[in-house]
Structures are given as C-alpha cells and as structure tokens.
Design a protein around this ligand. Structure first.
Ligand code: GLP
Length: 261
C-alpha cells in the first residue's frame, strides 16, 4: 500500500488525476472502475480539464461504476448514472455506450448483477479502480460484514451510510434509497490497480482501520491490505488517526524523488 498524504484534497486530487492520466497514456483503451460521492469530484474535474486541453483522451476507454441505487431511474438527479454524466462523462470525449453503471431499475435485478460481472470480464477486467470510502469503512456499497468473496449483488445500506448520504437528498434520511446494486469485494479486488481517495476528519477512523487495523469484514476496506497495487490518497484530516505517519511521509519523499508520483 502506498499512503500519500497531502495538505488538502485539491493537491491530493490533482495527484490522483495525474496517476489516472498516466494510466491512459500507457494504455489508451484502459478499463476504468469509477466511483461516485464527493471524494472523486475534483479528480473528475481535473481529468476533464486535461481532456479539453488535449493532453488525454477517453475515446477508447471503457468504464464500470461501482454501484447504483435500486429504484432510482437514470434521469433522476439522485441516480449515480445522472451523477456520472453530469460530473464527468458529459465533459469528456468518451463514447457513452462504453460507460457502464449498474441498472437499479432492472426487472430482474439478479440477472442484471450477473451480466454486470460478465461485462467486466468480457472487457478484459478493470485496469484501474477509483474508490472512496464510507465513514463505516465501506467500499462501493459493501457495508460492514460484506463477504470478501462477494460479487456484484444487492446490498442494504447501513444506517450510518443512509445518514451520511442524506446530504444529497435535502438532508431527508427517509428519501435515501435503502438498497443498492454494488460490485462485490472480490470484483473490486480483481482490479489491477486501485486508487482510493479519503478526505476530512469524518473518514479518519475508517482510514486508520483500513491501513493499520486488522483485516476484518467489519471494516470492508481493510481487505485492500491484501491487494498488490493500491495507492491511498489522503488529506491531513483523513490521515490524523494513523500511527505510522512519519513512515508514510518518508516513503512519499522517496517516490517523489524517483518521479513515481
Ligand atoms: C457512497 C458510495 C461510495 C463512496 C462513499 C463515500 O455511499 N457508495 O462509493 O465512496 O459513499 O462518499 P463520499 O466520497 O461522498 O464521502
């Protein structure tokens, strides 16, 4: 795990965006796994600017989003499909037919989950997966107690997640959908590279557990300790509960000196 701590989310997101741009230059037909939430917004803005400047292109890129609410249609502003179009896909040169978000309106949800997995496989697998983290340690909507062997399926949202996500629903907890389709933990772990973003003190406990705690289904993101290529991008607040900060900072200086980040 590379743990890269920067002063704020602007610097950190710029760094993460440069890493994704590097991936696209290495492999223009990359398959990207994408996330919603507030954490990736600056990364998407920065990638869109690079695209407008002609530095990168998404023309041959395929994307798979982590999750989608059940029962919220794509044209609804609360759906993750709407979020992705508005905050990213509409601003870049991507072919929308290559962008995938789970179908939360499918009549046969189980079949939709199976075909989502099959589509990821058929694309050749995810080259780089972008992740946020919930304050309860979830990734995607894999809430605490999710199986590490899980694939794309329906999950009920934990009450902590419903409360956290109410800010997108006019602070009305009753308006937040209670279920979502999410890639499973094993789906996420199959990605060749993973970049996780976490900002703010609300994430500090989950971040410390993810990086330094025991691997446990109680904190789903802790399984990332077992992934061979993970970069964690943090601001100072999200890093505030880490014990080994000095070590991470020294490793970051080494990576910077080698021009790797
Ligand atoms: C949501 C999403 C996750 C996201 C997390 C954190 O519930 N399902 O994919 O990473 O919450 O969101 P934010 O970045 O807004 O803190």
């Amino acid at each position: 795990m590379e743990v890269i701590i920067d002063v704020d989310s602007a610097v950190s997101s710029e760094r993460a965006a440069r890493n994704i741009a590097k991936q696209l230059k290495l492999k223009p037909s990359s398959v990207l796994g994408l996330a919603t939430g507030s954490s990736p917004l600056k990364v998407y803005a920065s990638l869109a600017e690079m695209c407008v400047r002609g530095e990168i292109s998404f023309r041959s890129v395929t994307t798979f989003n982590l999750d989608e609410y059940i029962g919220v249609p794509p044209e609804n502003e609360h759906s993750y499909r709407y979020f992705m179009n508005a905050n990213f896909f509409d601003k870049i040169d991507i072919d929308k037919s290559r962008t995938h978000v789970p179908d939360g309106m499918a009549k046969d949800i189980e079949a939709a989950c199976k075909s989502y997995e099959a589509d990821i496989e058929a694309s050749g697998g995810i080259d780089l997966q972008l992740l946020g983290i919930g304050s309860d340690g979830h990734i995607g909507f894999n809430e605490p107690s999710s199986s590490f062997a899980s694939k794309t399926r329906v999950k009920g949202l934990a009450s902590e997640t419903i409360t956290a996500n109410a800010r997108f629903f006019g602070n009305d907890v009753l308006a937040v959908p209670t279920h979502a389709i999410t890639m499973g933990i094993s789906t996420i772990m199959k990605a060749r590279k993973i970049c996780l973003l976490a900002y703010g003190s609300d994430k500090a406990a989950a971040v410390a557990g993810m990086i330094e705690g025991p691997i446990s289904a109680k904190l789903p993101a802790s399984i990332l300790q077992m992934h061979p290529c993970v970069t964690i991008y943090l601001d100072n607040a999200a890093a505030s509960k880490l014990d080994l900060r000095q070590y991470y900072d020294a490793a970051k200086s080494d990576l910077e000196a080698r021009g790797e980040i």
